[in-house]
Design a protein around this ligand. Structure first.
Ligand SMILES: Cc1cc2nc3c(=O)[nH]c(=O)nc-3n(C[C@H](O)[C@H](O)[C@H](O)COP(=O)(O)O)c2cc1C
Length: 198
């Protein structure tokens, strides 16, 4: 996409290529993305999350199921992801319905996390008021004591969501703001692409 415009056939493969190029170009957190949700009244919300998996089925992130974002996704299971990779001057937007990952997928990913991150997932009541940092440390100590030297299982309040893409847009900066944009949609289950004005 970056030189002579040609239409890449598969937007998931294109995303993976761009993510790899962002990594190679030194983007500090290439998997960081803004995740936009809206509540049942349509009030938008947005925050940064880390992408933990991407394949044909969709884009996966993990979080606390008691958090505002999880409540919003339950009330209104749709989201938009936005990546910006400054070093390569590229943006990608992904929009679509959201589903929960399976318990088996969440267990498998949770098992790869650092032990302290696993403990933190039990200890944190994400986005709830906290008396001070000591409260989090106290909770972490209690969780560490509870599990001792054994494996830390995935908390029931922690899992992942998958954004199933209905639309993926690639944006590449070009001189004089004559940027290249291509939008993929799949109205009948097959990806179609369309160049759009910058
Ligand atoms: C770069 C970056 C990556 C983050 N990744 C995650 C993540 O993967 N999962 C998560 O629950 N929160 C992550 N956070 C914290 C969220 O931005 C947010 O503060 C938290 O999830 C609570 O969001 P909510 O109140 O909208 O539910 C990250 C923050 C930053 C700045």
């Amino acid at each position: 996409m970056s030189s002579a415009p040609s239409v890449p056939p598969d937007p998931i493969a294109q995303f993976t290529t761009w993510l790899g190029e962002a990594e190679k170009s030194g983007v500090p957190e290439p998997t960081a993305m803004a995740v936009a949700t809206a509540d049942a009244d349509g009030m938008p919300n947005v925050r940064m999350l880390l992408l933990k998996g991407v394949e044909a089925r969709g884009f996966v992130f993990y979080t606390n199921l008691g958090s505002p974002k999880a409540a919003e996704l339950t009330a209104n299971p749709r989201a938009v992801l936005c990546f910006y990779w400054n070093q390569v001057k590229r943006q990608v937007r992904v929009a679509g319905p959201v589903e929960r990952v399976t318990d088996a997928e969440a267990d498998a990913y949770f098992a790869t996390r650092a032990r302290l991150s696993q403990i933190g997932a039990w200890a944190s009541h994400q986005s709830q008021p906290m008396a001070g940092h000591f409260e989090l440390e106290r909770n972490c100590a209690a969780v560490a004591l509870r599990f001792g030297l054994g494996a830390v299982p995935r908390p029931p309040h922690w899992s992942g969501f998958r954004v199933v893409p209905e639309s993926i847009e690639f944006w590449q900066e070009k001189p004089f703001r004559l940027h290249e944009r291509i939008r993929f949609t799949r109205p009948q289950g097959h990806w179609q692409s369309q160049w759009i004005f910058p």
